[in-house]
Each structure stands twice: as structure tokens, then as C-alpha cells.
Design a protein around this ligand. Structure first.
Ligand SMILES: [Zn+2]
Length: 265
């Protein structure tokens, strides 16, 4: 429970998308309070406590946000702005607010749903079915050659940024099988030594990113690029890397960890 007297932290999302924050931190006090009451359309979600302060997320009135002393920014651009613990709460808030928008009706019978006590689930008022928030697992795989080269890919719209391969886990598949399948499908390589390295919630809108490293069985084999997914993929030496994803992303963390290992060799 929140500590007595500790002011609540507010997470108002303009149009359900851009989070209004104060000066590099989640809102608290009168500004957040005012935005909460300026919004007449959605209920605030109590997310739990952060350092003893209750956290409340809500869809805020766009005009009120624009007129307030805040800056409203998409979550991706808050990576290097909010402290990591606040960014994690912001991701949870975005995930659950999105869940509110897609769970108003039962996926089984189409009946209206209502909140379920003590869970983020909804309960159908007609058939009683209780859908839970969607979490979509996706793998990230850093493919290396066993030496100092890493395979990076590029998609349209990424500018000059390159990243490691990624793909959604399919029904009936283990995460390791997904790493093998996606690597084969996207660049035509087979991999071995698949090692789990960590995971990260990714609220765009409801993924869980699961990170692996893997070694290409034959790194000199020609790449066969799936052009419906990627507009480029190639090997880079650790000494000559292009622009990489932002530092808080798991992709970048996997790359930084691999680079440290290469440097120690
Ligand atoms: Zn139903």
C-alpha cells in the first residue's frame, strides 16, 4: 500500500498514446491531479506503487494536456528521459490502457465485459468468460559468427539504424525453435548455440521481448533475405558498426553485452 502522505504519481496519456510528464519525471501533485479531473471519459487505473507512491494511469483530455505545464511524448522517445523504474511503470500503463480499449467485448460471445476484481482480466456479463491482458512473446536474436562479426538487419523506415533479427513466437513453438525458424526465414541461415540472455516488456502495444544469442552454423553462406520483412541484412565487424537501437532497448543491451565479450577476447 502507498505510504501515508506520499503524493501519487500520475500517468496521463493524451489520446491514449503520448504520456504527459513533468521535467524528466512522472507527474505528481496539482498538475497531474488537474489532468485527472479534466478527463470525464475514462477511469484511472491504479497500477500499484512506485517507491511508496500510488501510480495512476488514465487517458487524459488532449486539450487539457496541451494547455498544461507538461510535455506529452510517445513512449519510445521517453527511453532516455525517464529513470528506468519510471519507464517500466509507463510501459505497464500503456500496455494496460491499450488492453482496456480492446477488451470491452467478450471475444467468445461478443457480450459486454466488466472489470474482474483483483486481476487485470475482464469478465463477460453474458457468458462469464474471463479474458486476460494479451502478452505477445517475440524473440530477438543476436546472430554472431563465433568471432567478431554480427549479423544486423534493416527495415524500411529505420533511417540509418540497423538492428538484430526479431520475430513473433508462433503457436506450438518453443522460443529456441522460433529463433531457428525466424533466422532461416529472414536471412536463410541455420544457427546453433542458442543462448537465452534476458527479456524486456515492450508496450508497442503488448509484446514481451525475449533475447538470445546464436552462432551461425556457416557464417560464410550467402544470405537469402526475406524482402517482405527486411530491406537489408549483412555482417558487420564489431569495429565498424552502423547506428544501433536506443540504449534502453533489449536489442541494444544484447549488442552491448556481446561487444564487451568481444573486447575481452
Ligand atoms: Zn461472453
Amino acid at each position: 500500500m502507498p505510504e501515508t502522505g506520499k503524493p501519487a504519481r500520475f500517468l496521463p496519456f493524451a489520446q491514449g498514446r503520448d504520456l504527459a510528464i513533468g521535467d524528466g519525471t512522472l507527474l505528481s501533485g496539482a498538475v497531474g491531479d488537474a489532468l485527472l479531473f479534466a478527463d470525464a471519459t475514462t477511469e484511472a487505473l491504479y497500477l500499484g506503487d512506485l517507491n511508496g507512491a500510488a501510480c495512476l494511469a488514465y487517458v487524459a483530455d488532449e486539450t487539457a494536456v496541451a494547455e498544461s505545464d507538461t510535455s506529452a511524448t510517445g513512449l519510445r522517445n521517453l527511453f532516455d528521459v525517464l529513470p528506468p523504474d519510471e519507464y517500466a511503470v509507463a510501459g505497464l500503463a500503456a500496455h494496460l490502457l491499450h488492453w482496456q480499449t480492446i477488451s470491452r467485448f467478450c471475444p467468445k460471445c461478443g457480450g459486454a465485459t466488466q472489470p474482474t476484481a483483483n486481476a487485470w482480466a475482464k469478465t463477460c456479463t453474458v457468458c462469464g468468460y474471463a479474458p486476460y491482458p494479451v502478452v505477445s512473446p517475440a524473440v530477438l536474436m543476436l546472430i554472431h559468427d563465433g568471432g567478431s562479426r554480427v549479423l544486423l538487419s534493416h527495415k524500411a523506415g529505420w533511417g540509418d539504424r540497423w538492428s538484430i533479427l526479431a520475430g513473433f513466437v508462433e503457436p506450438g513453438e518453443t522460443m529456441e525453435e522460433c529463433v531457428e525458424r525466424e533466422t532461416r526465414e529472414e536471412v536463410g541461415l541455420s544457427v546453433t548455440e542458442i543462448v537465452y540472455r534476458g527479456s524486456q516488456p515492450w508496450a508497442f502495444p503488448h509484446q514481451l521481448m525475449i533475447g538470445f544469442t546464436a552462432r551461425a552454423t556457416d557464417p560464410d553462406a550467402p544470405l537469402t533475405i526475406d524482402e517482405t520483412e527486411l530491406d537489408g541484412a549483412k555482417w558487420f565487424d564489431a569495429n565498424a558498426l552502423p547506428n544501433l537501437p536506443g540504449k534502453l532497448s533489449l536489442s541494444r543491451q544484447l549488442l552491448d553485452e556481446w561487444l564487451r565479450k568481444i573486447a575481452e577476447k
